[in-house]
Design a binder for this molecule. Structure first.
Ligand code: SF4
Ligand code: SF4
Length: 284
């Protein structure tokens, strides 16, 4: 829409209105990024910028929904699978409704779906997303990138799922976090069941064998206890960690959750040949 020039006060009031609406709809955290941040930061290829796809975009509103720490600490389990699936539904639902509200208020808006891949088997061959909500979250001031390629937030560490609403509403962007929140403890590296991370000396973010991680996910999917998430379950950062301590579940309790409802509890579930090949050749 052609927007009339708004005063700073009007832009701030609109931002607060959008934020209240997003929180009411179910988001736990909300941040605002100007699309200018993509070219300014120079980290994301131009084809992946929101304005490269929708040239009228002005603001990306990033919404985060928490992953409950006591549930992810049982992974791989149906308990965590259900948590993951529910966050996904809530994210898309919240983003859809917020974009709808913006439309009703007269702005262009839609959302970039949280994952955007048809099946995990696709990611095994091409482990790339069409849009990075992690970078969007960083540019919206919600957190910083961690060694494990996730967005580390003050509230939930990396235990937050993200989605982005793209709009032409012109609102003030949030300040980006200045200090890295990842403390480089490498718990994510040491606990990854596929040894997917290779830390580097020249930068904080590790090299990641993404296809190996995706292959393992494919195996877990056939067992009905997808996804893995160990690298975010073990991260010590986040207010949620302070709330629950380093272990919110006992070892026996986690084993109990793993032993019910998934193929771990019954025998005879096959793993797709391609996934098994990757797992066999890649796990050290
Ligand atoms: S587990 Fe440690 S190294 Fe890994 S992302 Fe969290 S703080 Fe960073
Ligand atoms: S999700 Fe699991 S397999 Fe993938 S990188 Fe994290 S810990 Fe490793």
């Amino acid at each position: 829409m052609e927007q009339q020039k708004q005063t700073g006060q009007q832009r701030s009031a609109l931002k607060q209105r959008i934020k209240r609406q997003a929180l009411r709809l179910g988001a736990n955290i909300v941040g605002f990024a100007s699309v200018d941040r993509w070219p300014q930061q120079g980290e994301v290829a131009e084809a992946y910028w929101p304005q490269s796809i929708w040239p009228w975009s002005r603001t990306v509103i990033v919404l985060g929904v928490q992953i409950y720490l006591p549930m992810i600490e049982t992974t791989p389990s149906v308990v965590y699978s259900e948590c993951y699936n529910t966050t996904n539904r809530l994210l898309d639902d919240t983003a859809y409704r917020l974009a709808n509200k913006l439309n009703q208020w007269g702005y262009r808006a839609h959302w970039f779906p949280r994952d955007c891949y048809g099946d995990i088997s696709v990611l095994v061959k091409k482990p790339e997303a069409a849009f990075s909500h992690v970078f969007a979250g960083k540019y919206a001031g919600l957190g910083t990138l961690g060694l494990n390629h996730t967005l580390i937030t003050p509230e939930y560490g990396p235990r937050v799922r993200l989605v982005s609403v793209i709009t032409d509403a012109d609102v003030p962007a949030d300040a980006m976090q200045e200090k890295d929140l990842c403390i480089q403890c490498k718990r994510c590296v040491f606990n990854c069941p596929t040894h997917a991370f290779t830390p580097r000396n020249d930068r904080l973010i590790a090299d990641m064998a993404k296809a190996r991680c995706a292959g393992y996910h494919q195996k877990l999917k056939t067992e009905f206890r997808y996804p893995c998430g160990v690298c975010i379950a073990v991260c010590p950062v986040g207010a949620d960690r302070k709330r629950y301590g380093m272990h919110s579940v006992t070892a026996d309790g986690a084993a109990h959750c793993r032993d019910f409802g998934s193929a771990n509890a019954v025998e005879g579930r096959g793993v797709p040949e391609e996934a098994q090949k990757i797992i066999d050749t890649a796990i050290r």
